[in-house]
Design a protein around this ligand. Structure first.
Ligand code: NDP
Length: 429
């Protein structure tokens, strides 16, 4: 059985879904216990994770289905509060699956650390001194985190940038040393910070300046992941819209985002709708992923679309997405948060590079889901159908009332809290 394709999953009850996962051996008894627990993340554990803890803050966890990436099936855990995201990702993944699946790759796992040096008497000489001592500095960096080398990672290279060279202010003239480190399957922030801090005294010696910041850059240009899909137009046919019309609508929508930052922000938010939920579910640092992704989208000097959509010579729709993806399969909260551990089991991925590929693929699928809807019936129909349930709950509906009121809101084309409250009151009287 193809493990990522689970027909009818959408229509099952939550209990049926959990039982099915267990029967497919995708989760074991101890994982199921967390899924059934009232509070999977114990407050005692949470209290060790951050400060001033008063509780935990759960999010819905759903499964992105139908993902076929590089010939491999993936069940993708997604933690998100926004309706329609999981459904849309799974819908597009099914279309792409029928077209042969996604392909994905990554460029490597090299993160960047920065060391800021101020007040060098001669910045050019300071740069030369650092570069002349590259081997010594890389060795010192490795010695600060020896276990990483044992895992096949470690310091790979460094370079130097001089910022505001022509300035006459001592505040903004600076030398910045970039340290490049292969962090293997960890995101590597703590690793890089430890290494960068350890180099500070040597760098001060070499540059005759004073070291200020020593910290990871959240823009790792050497840790990119890419996803691609090629879809024959007939697979895009929807309602009264021909496949060609959908394809062309998607490309027009992309060109809008490519040319206009106001649209690009929303287009890219749609991509992050797919990416963040997997990053969160897998216990990774989504602020880091968000920051790096938007920096990458602005690398030309203009903020633009993260993805690219075009037709190939056969008239197929081709989509591509490349993003920095410094996620880990180890480290941080990944082995602490029980739901993150469960998410990694479901993903069945051990290499961080592979996880990065899965995440970028979900971003590409989500992007197409939004563009396809926008290019055809608009997103409101599908979105409001799902949103109406949240409105019903917020208005006080419980149990079977939720679906009844949600359906009435849609029938009457009036998905508002005021209307939902009226319906709840009617139902209760
Ligand atoms: P950790 O400090 O947890 O380091 C990774 C750990 O994973 C190490 O202890 C390492 O063990 C272990 N490990 C096990 N297997 C492997 C493997 N195959 N490859 C690599 N390491 C392995 O986490 P990170 O350094 O990844 O830092 C991530 C955390 O830092 C996140 O929580 C993030 O939020 C936070 N952070 C982020 C910042 C930012 O984004 N700017 C700044 C500061 C912190 P061993 O030691 O034995 O090698």
């Amino acid at each position: 059985m193809e493990t990522s394709r689970i027909p009818g999953f959408y229509n099952m009850t939550v209990d049926e879904r959990r039982q099915l996962l267990a029967s497919m051996d995708l989760i074991q008894d101890d994982d199921a216990a967390y899924l059934f627990a009232k509070q999977p993340l114990a407050v005692e554990t949470a209290d060790h994770m951050i400060e001033n803890v008063i509780g935990t803050f759960p999010l819905p966890l759903g499964l992105g289905l139908n993902f076929l990436i590089n010939g491999q099936d993936y069940v993708v855990p997604m933690a998100i509060e926004e309706p329609s995201v999981v459904a849309s990702a799974s819908h597009i993944a099914k279309i792409v699956r029928d077209a042969g699946g996604f392909t994905a790759e990554s460029t490597g796992r090299v993160m960047t650390g920065q060391i800021q040096v101020i007040g060098c008497p001669d910045f050019a000489a300071a740069r030369d001194a650092v570069l002349a001592n590259k081997a010594r500095l890389l060795k010192a960096a490795d010695e600060a985190y020896p276990s990483l080398q044992k895992r096949g990672g470690g310091a790979r290279d460094l370079d130097v940038r001089l910022l505001n060279e022509a300035s006459d202010s001592s505040y903004n003239q600076m030398l910045v040393l970039h340290l490049y480190v292969d962090t293997r399957d960890a995101m590597g922030a703590n690793m890089l910070n430890t290494m960068a801090e350890s180099l500070a005294p040597v760098v001060e010696d070499l540059t005759a300046g004073k070291v200020y910041l020593r910290i990871l850059s959240n823009y790792p240009e050497n840790c990119l992941a890419r996803a691609r899909c090629v879809i024959p137009p007939e697979k895009l046919q929807t309602g009264n819209f021909s496949g060609e019309a959908v394809r062309d609508g998607v490309i027009h929508a992309y060109e809008f985002a490519a040319s206009d930052p106001y649209r690009a922000v929303t287009h890219n938010k749609g991509i992050m709708n797919g990416i963040d939920p997997v990053v969160i579910a897998s216990g990774n640092d989504w602020r880091a992923i968000e920051a790096g992704a938007h920096a990458h989208a602005a690398r030309s000097g203009m903020y633009t679309s993260m993805s690219t959509w075009y037709t190939d010579e056969q008239g197929n729709l081709v989509g591509e997405l490349e993003l920095p993806m410094p996620v880990g399969t180890v480290g941080g909260s990944i082995r602490v948060h029980p739901m993150a551990k469960l998410a990694h089991k479901l993903l069945n991925v051990t290499l961080a590079a592979e996880l990065a590929q899965v995440i970028v693929t979900v971003g590409l699928a989500q992007n197409l889901g939004a563009l396809k809807a926008l290019a055809t019936e608009g997103i409101q129909k599908g979105h409001m159908a799902l949103h109406s349930r949240s409105v019903a709950i917020a208005a006080g509906a419980t149990g079977e009332m939720i679906d009844m009121i949600s359906e009435r809101l849609i029938e009457e084309n009036d998905v508002r809290m005021g209307k939902a409250k009226e319906l709840v009151a009617d139902y209760q009287n």
